[in-house]
Design a binder for this molecule. Structure first.
Ligand code: HEM
Length: 126
């Protein structure tokens, strides 16, 4: 199995991940119905996001949390949605990559998803 080392690797990983996401019964609707995602814009942002996290490239300039509050207002993003997101992310990584960066991509996503789930829940209580 391959190591997760280059921008091309990230592109492959992210593309495969969103293929799973859009097919998914639990969370696919967020990306197709709640938000009509413009994939030509979203995918390059996600490549840069992961490039920044894994390789320290600083190509992503944005606020990953902020984007999710308005979605959460239209349709609550709940714990079980994040669990499914993480399951698919982990699955896609493990099917394609191995090594330190692959593990890092999993642990980072867990930390961000947990924080995001907490923030979304708090926002719904306000
Ligand atoms: C079930 C959980 C989640 C849902 C439903 C969700 C949904 C979305 C949607 C609909 C967008 C907007 C796409 C667009 O039209 O531009 C988005 C953007 C984004 N998401 Fe998520 N997301 C989830 C979890 C996560 C997690 C766990 C991460 C990070 C590990 C993440 C990172 C991002 C980033 C970086 C963007 C782009 C923000 C920007 O435009 O700068 N998302 N998400």
């Amino acid at each position: 199995m391959k190591k997760l080392e280059t921008r091309e690797d990230i592109e492959l990983l992210v593309n495969k991940f969103y293929n799973k996401i859009t097919e998914d019964e639990t969370i696919g609707f967020f990306f197709k119905d709640v938000v009509k995602v413009d994939w030509d814009k979203h995918l390059p942002k996600m490549y840069s996001f992961w490039e920044t996290i894994l390789f320290g490239q600083m190509s992503y300039k944005g606020n990953p949390m902020q984007m999710h509050f308005p979605i959460n207002e239209i349709q609550a993003i709940e714990k079980h949605h994040f669990a499914q997101w993480l399951k698919l992310w982990k699955q896609t990584i493990e099917e394609n990559f191995t090594g330190q960066n692959a593990s890092l991509a999993i642990t980072k996503s867990e930390n961000i998803a947990n924080l995001m789930a907490y923030k979304m829940e708090m926002a719904r209580k306000r």
